[in-house]
Design a protein. Structure first.
Length: 276
């Protein structure tokens, strides 16, 4: 691959973003690895080894930060070929028991952050005939208990990208979403599951405990971040990647259930069973 192709990846301090940035650099992309706090880049640099990364700050919830990052990349490289929207944050809670502000915050990171970066990238991607690859989740296809805000954000991202794809394609830009299932990263550790969460759950506490037990069990066979990054790299390099890409057999089966479930009953039977 020519080494003049430029990729910008968000949320690269850990997990999928880190692994994707390293793989992209090793595959020959000029890789701009962005993260909210550059002081947290030590792990990224260590993982990269001799692979060359351009590490820059980018907070997807800050419009000025987004604008500065993309302007800087175009000033230094003159082009952008791939945007990988990976930055995001998990959230566990249920609507009655949490403030609306928590829902808004989840939407800001997981949806509006993607809106900001994609909007900023599109002029350059039109010029290069590039692509937007957005890491969503199986939670962008299937609503899951105690994930109302998170799934709402991921549903919104998938709806936006599915709607944008044909419009962008008419301008030579490819749009696709990547849907991981359970992935062994720090993402799960950062969603705030602790005794306070159960204490604040009120009448929902017993159901929440059963849900968390189910989720914990599901992560016993989780993919690694490197395995997901390999799928993302495939979407970055394929001549014509599919719009919707699952990263594992489990993710394929889970999302497939939803897409075949015309009246919603199959999904409801499954997710209700998680709380039994």
């Amino acid at each position: 691959m020519s080494n003049d192709r430029v990729a910008l990846i968000t949320g690269t301090s850990t997990g999928i973003g880190l692994a994707t940035a390293v793989r992209a650099a090793r595959a020959g992309f000029r890789t701009v690895a962005t993260l909210r706090d550059p002081a947290r880049a030590d792990r990224l640099r260590e993982a990269a080894g001799d692979a060359e990364l351009d590490i820059r700050p980018l907070d997807v919830t800050d419009a000025a930060s987004v604008r500065a990052a993309f302007e800087g990349v175009l000033a230094d490289y003159g082009r952008l070929d791939v945007l990988v929207n990976n930055a995001g944050a998990g959230h566990v809670g249920t609507l009655e028991q949490e403030p609306v502000s928590a829902v808004r915050e989840t939407m800001e990171v997981n949806f509006f952050g993607v809106v900001e970066t994609t909007k900023a990238a599109l002029p350059a991607l039109r010029a290069s005939g590039g692509r937007v690859i957005t890491v969503t989740s199986i939670g962008g296809a299937v609503g899951q208990p105690f994930n109302e805000a998170y799934c709402a954000a991921k549903f919104a991202v998938e709806g936006m990208m599915e709607s944008l794809a044909p419009v962008a394609a008419a301008q030579g830009v490819t749009v696709c979403v990547v849907e991981p299932g359970a992935v062994a990263t720090e993402f799960v550790n950062n969603i705030g599951v602790d005794e306070r969460l159960f204490a604040d759950a009120g009448p929902y506490a017993e159901s929440l405990q059963k849900y968390i037990a189910n989720v914990t069990k599901s992560f016993e066979g989780a993919q690694t971040a490197d395995e997901v990054a390999e799928v993302i790299l495939g979407a970055m390099t394929a001549d014509a990647p599919a719009f919707r890409i699952q990263t594992s057999k489990q993710a394929e089966e889970f999302t497939g259930l939803k897409f075949a479930d015309r009246d919603g009953s199959a999904v409801q039977r499954l997710t209700t069973g998680w709380l039994a």
